[in-house]
Design a protein around this ligand. Structure first.
Ligand code: MN
Length: 251
């Protein structure tokens, strides 16, 4: 973090390789000094993501195997394992028990368990984790396979219950919050219940929209400002909290 002195925002979950111009998307986040964790969905996408973020100060790439692809890409798990030593950041990984992906849940669990076990062996990894309709199962697996001192999970776009969130916090998890999550009463109520020292921001671009275009890392202040309003902080105070939490997360 000493090499990133003036962070203008934190986007801890974004898919820069899904924008029309991947290299330009990385360069734009870097120029805006947004600390961006760009996630990948398949191990085959890693090499290019790694190459584009090798020398960036603000943009880091995470090695993932997305739960929605886990069944069809399970044969890439060994590639994922070989690449793991090349990065400290892992994602997007996790479980998705929504109606479209429920049928692959067993395959997803197999992949996620292997991911957690390899991260626990390696130590020091930071994981950005998807938990759609599966928060209790995701937390069960983290508890069983990734001891708190062996790695840190950031729950991305978390939509579990408040009691799930309390359990996650007790397991050492952080939460990355996007603007979409602040737009429902349920979302705001959940966010207000989270420990302040575990909150960071994200866009999940390009899967979220702002007006009619895909959200980008430089739009993350929209999430930060909505979060500030929920927590009763000024935008400046909120920015300080998020950067301080990021420093704790990566230190
Ligand atoms: Mn995502």
């Amino acid at each position: 973090m000493s090499e990133t002195p003036s962070i203008c925002g934190v986007d801890l979950h974004c898919h820069l390789d899904l924008y029309p111009d991947h290299a330009a998307a990385v360069a734009k986040a870097e120029a805006a000094r947004i600390y961006t964790l760009t996630v990948t969905t398949t191990p085959r996408a890693w090499a290019r993501n790694h190459e584009l973020t090798r020398h960036t100060r603000y943009v880091r790439a995470a090695l993932g195997l997305h739960p929605q692809l886990a069944a069809e890409r399970a044969d890439e798990l060994s590639l994922w394992e070989r690449q793991l030593p090349e990065t400290r950041y892992v994602g997007e990984v996790g479980l998705d028990a929504g109606p479209r992906f429920y049928k692959s849940l067993e395959a997803q669990k197999y992949v996620f368990q292997r991911v957690l076990a390899r991260c626990a062996e390696a130590g020091g990894k930071i994981l950005t984790v998807h938990s759609v309709r599966s928060a209790p199962a995701v937390l069960d697996m983290i508890e069983a396979h990734l001891p708190i001192e062996r790695g840190t999970v950031v729950l991305h776009w978390f939509t579990g219950s408040k009691s799930d969130a309390r359990r996650a916090a007790a397991l050492g998890c952080y939460f990355s919050i996007n603007a979409e999550m602040t737009r429902t009463d349920r979302g705001r109520d959940l966010i207000a219940s989270l420990p302040r020292n575990r909150i960071v921001t994200e866009t999940d671009g390009p899967f979220t929209k702002i007006k009619d275009r895909a959200t980008e890392p430089s739009d993350v202040p929209v999430a930060a400002d909505a979060l500030a309003a929920i927590l009763g902080l000024s935008p400046d105070e909120m920015a300080k909290v998020v950067v301080s939490n990021l420093r704790s997360l990566v230190s």
